[in-house]
Design a protein around this ligand. Structure first.
Ligand code: AMP
Length: 282
């Protein structure tokens, strides 16, 4: 496995693979990799001849008061995980390699991003769409792998690829959780022992909400109320949002029917803002 930091090195390598007729899978990440990321890399390795993993903490997708400076980084551990999972190349650029001083072109979206995380993180999806577009243009993969953990991001990227006619298949991969239910996240490292314990209300609320829908509840307000009660039982928890939306539009639904996303974002004290969700088709 190679680790490179320039766009040109990625292009040269991918071109060489293409000459040999090899297919290329791509997993974009911000690093500090865990089993959630690993599941994406392994799936990509199973479905492609060569796999590129990008590790880039993208400044553009962080708001001014967010955790860009403190976001955890560990390239050595990440390299080991990628190599063991079968990746062929890590792209680890510095911000200057991705954004020159003259940079002024953005990929923006109207619609899917005016909900959920897009409301509390107004610049986030513009940053995500712009960097994912750039990374796609650099790697030019056949398939790219994203986690359902970031369900809105997955929907946004799928829509961008469709709207802008990108010839890339977007593959969504299931949420990987800790044994006690907490969705794995690089940001879990921010949690104190107490915060880690109280953060379990996220997955508890998700499992309870899903169970209600599976048992036939179709009123989103009833499901949301039950989930809010669980989350609010943790003194450190402060709800950002609990929403039930149509996956295709990210708009709230009056009745739970069709392809539904139930998504939550919760602050645990001042330690972390965590997200979780379930998707269901009824
Ligand atoms: P990040 O490094 O947080 O930007 O995540 C990179 C990719 O890994 C995204 O597509 C995430 O949705 C995915 N991912 C992160 N955590 C998980 C998880 N617990 N299960 C599945 N996918 C995940």
């Amino acid at each position: 496995m190679n680790i490179v930091s320039t766009k040109q090195e990625v292009r040269n390598q991918v071109k060489a693979w293409r000459k040999e007729g090899l297919s290329v899978g791509f997993v974009p990440t911000m690093g500090y990799l865990h089993e959630g990321h690993e599941s994406l890399v392994k799936r990509a390795v199973a479905e492609n001849d060569r796999v590129v993993v990008s590790i880039f903490v993208n400044p553009m997708q962080f708001g001014p008061k967010e955790d860009l400076a403190t976001y955890p980084r560990d390239l050595e551990a990440d390299s080991k995980l990628c190599e063991a999972a079968g990746a062929a190349l890590i792209f680890h650029p510095e911000p200057e390699e991705m954004y020159e001083d003259t940079f002024c072109s953005y990929v923006d979206m109207n619609g899917l991003t005016n909900a959920l995380c897009g409301l509390s993180r107004p610049v986030h999806f513009r940053g995500v769409c712009t960097v994912v577009n750039k990374l796609f243009n650099i790697v030019m993969p056949d398939k790219a792998y994203f986690g359902e953990k970031d369900a809105q991001q997955l929907a946004v990227v799928k829509r961008m690829v469709k709207d802008l006619d990108m010839d890339i298949e977007i593959v969504g991969c299931p949420i990987i959780r800790e044994e006690d239910g907490l969705a794995k996240s690089s940001r879990n490292t921010y949690l104190s022992k107490e915060g880690r314990q109280q953060a379990l209300v996220l997955s508890k609320a998700i499992f309870a909400g899903k169970d209600m829908v599976e048992k036939g509840e179709r009123n989103p307000e009833v499901v949301k109320k039950a989930m809010l009660d669980i989350i609010n039982s943790a003194p450190m928890a402060r709800v950002d949002y609990v929403e039930i939306v149509d996956v295709a539009t990210m708009k709230n639904v009056d009745v739970i029917t069709g392809e539904i996303l139930c998504a939550i974002a919760v602050y645990i004290g001042d330690e972390a803002r965590l997200i979780d969700n379930f998707m269901i088709s009824v």
